[in-house]
Design a protein around this ligand. Structure first.
Ligand SMILES: [Zn+2]
Ligand SMILES: [Zn+2]
Length: 285
């Protein structure tokens, strides 16, 4: 009989807590404990069948809202203000057990979990390339959505930057010419109250004006990235792949997209490791 999920989740949450101990343990899947091949252990900490069983990996997603809905259904992000990007992509649905995975990454410092999320997201991006690529030019750079300065100071890392780094690495492993990481193309200058407690209608106003694009300042270097250098080439005419961990209402990604466009970006594709299904953001929390 399958091990109760709570125990599996604990095991998932405990992964990576002690790297020295971890090196001595057999590499097993975090969900089913099947022994992992070297590549699976390094990439995702999940065996291929468990990876395939994660919620949201099958079926097409709408390129405006990144939700699974049939083309004839009304898109919840139908206006230009809600969805100013050229395409929106996601790998997983945000829910059990993905929520535990991302929670462990963000709040328990399990940075290694970003590798699996980034790898899966990269595969989803490349697998669906023929649907989104015609909507933009070739991607010139991968840019993580920056974190609020106060949260970054508390957490010590930006989970979107870790995922973006893993996306870039996985893209490269596919044997393709991967776009470079340009975290300094988008900075975050302002704090807001946590958006997680806010309704979809309040979020856009709260987030307005917090991003700054195309400056490549030392501030951005120190706080939101460990890659790139000051004074990187201008965003003008460039196409950007903007990465976040979870897309909930899309308000932060929309504001960041507007900021990138105002700085001259020609194309913006947003991609999140996980997308909150529609029913969850009708009662935000
Ligand atoms: Zn498994
Ligand atoms: Zn849609």
């Amino acid at each position: 009989m399958a091990r109760p999920f709570l125990m599996r989740a604990r095991r998932l949450l405990s992964l990576g807590t002690d790297l020295s101990l971890q090196a001595l343990l057999p590499r097993v899947c975090a969900l089913c404990e099947a022994e992992l091949g070297r590549a699976d252990a390094r990439r995702a900490r999940l065996c291929p069948p468990c990876l395939e069983a994660l919620p949201g990996t099958s079926g097409g997603r709408c390129l405006r809202c990144a939700l699974h809905h049939v083309p004839s259904a009304a898109c919840p992000l139908s206006s230009e203000a809600q969805a100013p990007w050229d395409a929106a992509l996601a790998w997983l649905d945000y829910g059990y057990p993905v929520d535990g995975w991302i929670h462990a990454l963000k709040f328990q410092g399990e940075g290694a979990l970003a590798e699996g999320l980034g790898h899966g997201l990269a595969r989803a991006i490349l697998r669906h390339r023929e649907t989104w690529a015609p909507l933009v030019g070739p991607i010139d750079a991968i840019v993580p959505l920056p974190l609020a300065p106060s949260r970054l100071a508390r957490r010590g890392f930006n989970q979107a930057a870790l995922i973006a780094t893993a996306v870039q690495r996985a893209w490269r492993l596919e044997g393709d010419a991967a776009p470079p990481l340009r975290p300094d193309w988008l900075l975050r200058t302002g704090d807001t109250a946590p958006l997680s407690g806010q309704g979809a209608s309040e979020r856009p106003a709260m987030i307005h004006g917090v991003y700054q694009a195309g400056k490549g300042t030392r501030h951005g270097q120190r706080h939101n990235n460990k890659v790139g250098s000051a004074g990187e080439p201008s965003l003008k005419g460039r196409c950007v792949l903007l990465i976040d961990d979870v897309m909930t209402t899309g308000a932060s990604l929309a504001e960041a997209t507007r900021c990138l466009r105002a700085a001259g970006a020609q194309g913006v594709v947003v991609a999140a490791a996980a997308r909150t299904p529609l029913v969850a953001h009708e009662s935000p929390g």
